[in-house]
Write a protein that binds this ligand. Structure first.
Ligand SMILES: [Zn+2]
Ligand SMILES: [Zn+2]
Length: 421
């Protein structure tokens, strides 16, 4: 008998044996009732053989970042009309050295950032590619909400100049600060005020691969983008041999294909397809062609850009990613690009190391509360409070009787002697 035949017959015998065994004891036991202290416990429910397994998803606040690892999370991937499933442009970059950076903070993205459970003191650096609201519409929310939730330092915003001062980041940030005057003045004397400051770090939009930030081993560069008006830029962030590139919005351009080279993760806009703009956004054909291919980057052109730079991972965003649009976008990109591709959606996560790029989705707790502040707040000075006018103050109902028990409860719990105003 040949060796192969012997093996086959041996395997068959083993299989029959196992089959007979399982036939007799379909629960996989040895068929004897287990006994505890001489009593049969056969009537007890059987344990499920299914054990918990690690899941291939990212749960915020559950994973330490490796020292040489970069984690990027999409906090907005959609359009100016933010919707429940997609906020507008925002990407968070976290590095193994502890640094965190926000690239664009489009409408609706502050809520996504909140879901990541990162103490707000770490979220003090924002880089804006341009000043469309779908790229900075939630700056006020991050500014004020972040300060309230524990950012005890100014929010720093880097962004480009424009053809005139009124088109620059400094103008936008200063006027945003003006816009929230009532909000911030009303908080004087009530909270730690150090977070209620916002700094604009404006740089020349025409700078070619210029360094706009350098600290703690991180270098961020900018180069011009072509979109709407002069002013927009794209960024690269380099750290520890890893390179992240964020295009913000742009028509395909020569600077991007030059300076995004060697990117580990290259994020570039990939706009809603022209037929979908006509059908779903009700653009005229002329308008759709203009906006979808001349102001923005069409999916086919996105593919051409990525074929040119060949990143380790190409990330497409800036389209509504639905069951009936994803295949179309994918087909159009694939007509010009066959490399690694992520069609981004909100809460997509990329863990980037030299060895691999792991792509997952984050599973978030929607009823999240802000994480505890990492630094002790400064005691507010009640003298800074701006008082109500007599007219408004005189409208207060007397509810001291129902408020007093709250004071009593808190004074007792915390050993205080606070009194009603
Ligand atoms: Zn734009
Ligand atoms: Zn945009």
């Amino acid at each position: 008998m040949s060796a192969v035949k012997t093996l086959v017959i041996g395997a068959m015998v083993a299989l029959i044996g196992v089959t007979i065994y399982l036939w007799g004891h379909s629960d996989g036991s040895d068929g004897r009732a287990p006994r505890v202290g001489g009593e049969s416990v056969a009537a007890q429910p059987k344990l499920s053989p299914v054990k918990a397994r690690p899941r291939d998803a990212y749960f915020p606040n559950s994973e330490d970042l490796g020292r040489n690892e970069m984690r990027v999370i999409a906090c907005g991937t959609g359009m100016p009309t933010a919707r429940p499933s997609q906020a507008a442009a925002c990407f968070l970059v976290e590095l193994g050295n502890g640094d965190k950076f926000i690239f664009d903070v489009g409408t609706g993205s502050a809520e996504r950032i909140a879901a990541l459970q990162i103490p707000y003191n770490y979220l003090d650096k924002v880089f804006l590619g341009h000043l469309h609201t779908d790229h900075f519409g939630d700056l006020a929310s991050l500014f004020v909400g972040g300060a309230l939730a524990g950012r005890q330092k100014p929010l720093r915003v880097w962004g480009p100049s424009g053809q005139e001062p009124k088109y620059g980041t400094k103008h936008a940030v200063e006027h945003l600060r003006e816009m929230v005057t009532w909000d911030l003045d009303g908080r004087k004397g009530l909270v730690d005020e150090r977070g209620y400051q916002i700094e604009a770090h404006e740089f020349d939009y025409k700078g070619i691969n210029q360094v706009v930030y350098q600290d703690n081993g991180v270098t961020i560069r900018s180069w011009p983008a072509i979109h709407s008006l002069d002013g927009p830029v794209s960024f690269s962030l380099e750290w520890n041999g890893l390179k992240f590139v964020f295009g913000s919005d742009t028509y395909p351009n020569k600077w991007f294909v030059e300076y995004a080279k060697n990117a580990d993760l290259a994020i570039h806009e990939c706009f809603v397809s022209v037929p979908a703009m006509i059908e779903k956004f009700k653009f005229t054909p002329k308008g759709a062609l203009s906006v979808g291919t001349q102001i923005h980057t069409a999916p086919e052109a996105f593919g051409k850009v990525m074929s040119t730079i060949q990143p380790r991972m190409a990330v497409a965003y800036h389209f509504f990613k639905d069951f009936d649009t994803t295949a179309d976008i994918n087909d159009r990109v694939r007509s010009t690009y066959d490399g690694p591709l992520s069609l981004a959606e909100d809460f997509m996560v990329w863990n980037v190391t030299k060895k691999e790029i792991r792509v997952r989705m984050a599973i978030v707790d929607e009823a999240v509360w802000p994480p505890p502040a990492t630094e002790k707040p400064e005691q507010p000075n009640p003298a800074n409070r701006i008082p109500y006018s007599e007219m408004i103050s005189g409208g207060r109902l007397d509810v001291k009787d129902v408020i007093q028990p709250i004071y009593d409860e808190i004074n007792k719990e915390y050993g205080l002697d606070e009194k009603q105003e």
